[in-house]
Design a protein around this ligand. Structure first.
Ligand code: FES
Length: 104
């Protein structure tokens, strides 16, 4: 399954992401710039912030209550479809998802 990260500098990175892996894990394993994942996915750092492309937002789902709070302290301003990418896990429904990495 594939996911694409659009970087602030205009570059685009597409990776194979196995089912069940979070987009944060996939991004940090492959060194996608701007995704740090400092807390390892425990929702305490907000350094995995991405903005889901609007056409994928419904399928990616809504943030949970704790994620909601963390999204308010991201370094880049929160957008309507912002998510913590450690909370977005690859599934068949998300194959092909496109997200943007906000400029830090
Ligand atoms: S990796 Fe820390 S909040 Fe997602």
């Amino acid at each position: 399954m594939k996911a694409t990260w659009n970087l602030a500098d205009g570059r685009e990175i597409t990776l194979d992401v196995p089912e069940g892996q979070s987009l944060m894990e996939a991004a940090t394993r492959h060194g996608v710039p701007g995704i740090i994942g400092e807390c390892g996915g425990s929702m305490s750092c907000a350094t995995c912030h991405v903005v889901v492309h609007p056409t994928w937002a419904d399928r990616a789902g809504e943030p949970g209550p704790f994620e909601e709070d963390m999204l308010d302290i991201t370094e880049a301003d929160r957008q309507p479809t912002s998510r913590l990418s450690c909370q977005v896990r690859m599934s068949a429904a998300l194959d092909g998802i496109v997200v943007s990495v906000p400029e830090a």
